[in-house]
Design a protein around this ligand. Sequence first.
Ligand code: FBP
Length: 552
Amino acid sequence: MDISPLQRVRYAYQPKLPPILKENIADVVPTLGEKTSSATDQDAIKSLFPHTYGLPRVSFSKGKSEKIAQKRNVGVILSGGQAPGGHNVISGLFDALKAANEQNTLYGFKGGPSGILEDSYKIIDSDYLQAYRNTGGFDIIGSGRTKLETEAQFEVCAQVCKKHEITALVIIGGDDSNTNAAVLAEYFLAKGHGIQAIGCPKTIDGDLKNEFIEVSFGFDTATKTYSELIGNIERDANSAKKYWHFIKLMGRSASHIALECALETQPNICLVSEEVEARKQSLVSIVDSIAQAVSKRADNGNNFGVVLIPEGLVEFIPEIKALIEEINHLLAKEEAAFNAIFDTTGRISFVESHLSKASATAFSVLPNEIKAQLLMDRDPHGNVQVSRIETDKLLAEMVEVRLKQMKKDGSYKGKFSWMTHFFGYEGRCAFPTNFDADYCYSLGYNAFMLIGAGLSGYLSSVTNLSQISDAWQAGGIPITMMMNMEVRHGEKKPVIKKALVELEGEPFKYFASHRDKWAIETCFTYPGAVQYFGPAEVCDRTTVTLALEQGN
Ligand code: FBP
């Protein structure tokens, strides 16, 4: 068997498009809206983007397009972490490009943004693409985390494009990659290179969203995949009635994934990093609140339960956040001295001896394994690699210690055995759900429509997503419109604002109004596996987050 039966059947799936994109491609024209302005910091962003600031929003309507059939070569780049549906963005882009002109060529730059810098590419043709349609992963051309951010890099991009007569680049990435797509678009215009840059909103983390981009692709599939696994664990917990499961869920910074999984599975506890930060909860108080819930359940004879933990939690606990910032600063300043120490114990002592009193105290309560994990290599953005920090184990161990104290003072009488899990990589390359297959294909197809309309510095946008695809709308959002100024590595930079969980938003409010009951009673729900064939209410269902946000 070369391919699985599901793979074979999914190759044949024809993703759904918004109605306007189902029209003959030459019968669709852009409609330009009012001029726009950035989210905040208008003057600063206007001065940094003189050619792309204030562009109008774009939608599509019926009409005769003169330009779309013009022959063109287009380049595409996958940037950052995998997200289910990336292959379909490329499929949609390819199908639109070929529908416009059979002579058009799609260059896929290999291994992420470094592919264009090294002129490493694959020409994507129909036969090659067929094996990737409606499948998960980014293996069609690979991805990477190299950042395109310097003028020297932009110039290399321009020269590589010119060499292959590429007149448009599509960058499929998260908030940072799309910020860089906007800077690249501005550079190409300023230098008169005649190359367009269009972005597509990707990340399972769900933090690239705003009033114009309803969700980033991959969030739907990843959360459904994790929710299936959590539901299975809940059922096991409720059957065996002997373990507390501590489950860490991916999502570098924002807690959208953990919150969506909680809405899907109704666990006993779900921590939300944004709330921890807002309430300035210390590690000890988080541990205590979990221990109290464990104790109350034990009073009812339930020595089992499920706790969901967002991956980025440690960076939102005030004293740990300050500690990480100090360590980041120290490792950057004392890099040579630190790297000259080869054993973990020595490295820990070195850091301990340089910390402020408050951070040294925060560091001291952590188990040695966690201390070592906080000292591991940073990612290319200078961030701690939170997926490598075992927050699940940290909390389970600290809750165990707290319960032992409570047992001594007689306030806890139960039994506590724990298991830990980390769901991250399990969901990033899953077969896209019907929603992600359709949404991604539409985003890619629509990206070509923006190119055909001669636009640059736009993010492909498909909206009205909690409705059936026949009600979806396609268009483009100027990337500068989503920007604000933020301090990054000590410098003020224009960036797309990262969307964290809003404590006043409907998804969190729904969760907050139910969690006390979920904590004490056993209210688990079991979403089961993603379904591709069957009733629409099962197969085409979007996330609970999106449904609540859109009032459905
Ligand atoms: P993107 O923001 O690039 O989409 O990646 C998100 C993510 O999956 C996070 O959830 C996770 O923390 C990180 O990537 C893991 O990175 P890596 O793939 O480098 O291990």
